[in-house]
Write a protein that binds this ligand. Sequence first.
Ligand SMILES: NC(=O)c1ccc[n+]([C@@H]2O[C@H](COP(=O)([O-])OP(=O)(O)OC[C@H]3O[C@@H](n4cnc5c(N)ncnc54)[C@H](O)[C@@H]3O)[C@@H](O)[C@H]2O)c1
Length: 317
Amino acid sequence: MIRRHLALRVVEALPRQVLLPTGGKFSAPGYILSKYAPLARHAFSTSSYRLSNVLKTARELIDSKLSLGGKVTVVTGGSRGIGLALAKTAAALGSDVAILDVHEPETSVSQLETDYGSRFIFQRMDVTSKIAMELAFDKVVEDLGKVDNCITCAGIALDKPFLEHSWEESRRVLDINVLGSFFSAQLAAKQMVKQGNGGSIVMVASIAAHCAIPAQRVSIYGASKGAIKVLGKTLAVEMAPFNIRVNTISPGFIETKMSAQFADIQDVFRTTPPMGRIGQPEDLALAVAYLLGEGASYTTGTDIAVTGGLHNGRIEV
Ligand SMILES: NC(=O)c1ccc[n+]([C@@H]2O[C@H](COP(=O)([O-])OP(=O)(O)OC[C@H]3O[C@@H](n4cnc5c(N)ncnc54)[C@H](O)[C@@H]3O)[C@@H](O)[C@H]2O)c1
């Protein structure tokens, strides 16, 4: 009851201002008003139609299509960076959240619960360990009761010339990025099938699944993310009869600890995307919110590239 109340409070707050990951704020009403109000005013200028009706519709839209109230969302690699941002996004939309990661979350679970009014649990889990993964998903069901959504975000990067990649480091990238994501999605899907209510799985791919990247040599990393992008399609088709949707997102350069480790090319991250800036984790928030929510109930096997345009190439040199 309290959870439902809190979830409603979050949804109620949406049209005004949502605290988004990394401290950013999303102001739906400003956007909605500036985009749709002129149209509405024009269409109903001779009637008594009021602007509040537009807002009410937007509110209902968010409530029915974006709200994750009553859901449980699992986020692998959710302790920091993009994963933590997406965990916060799910919570802001009303979901309870399980963070599964090798490291403690950068923001404590109790702080997250206070900030978002949703239940959070953290379970230490290495995505290369079958036993740890099975235990972690069991713990999610034990503590939060079910799994409705799963975001596979745990990943590592490797930037070095193709000719210098070793077997060991290449295998590790594939173990974590491909098999770790694959079996996380499988454990989530098994639980969803058991529950019989469908679900949504969002797997984090990369711009490296689309093209070579300026200033980086990421052959095996790109191969691992290419695998995720294909899994998004094949799993989508295979899981559709269970009403389990599977989609991927492909982030471009996003400011996190992962991108920070490439200190000497920070200017490349900032200047090469056509939109003229590096992305923030919150730039991914609403793309993933859409894929998780009811509004995407007919969307599966799709990749959303959030790259500031870079996956399409560039003109300026
Ligand atoms: N930052 C970018 O520019 C960028 C761009 C495209 C795609 N991505 C992808 O987004 C995802 C998140 O990246 P990020 O930038 O937030 O990186 P990050 O390094 O900040 O976070 C990665 C998280 O994954 C966890 N993790 C790593 N290995 C793990 C393992 N074996 N088991 C469980 N958890 C593990 C880490 O502890 C960490 O919390 C990754 O899959 C990454 O490949 C990032």
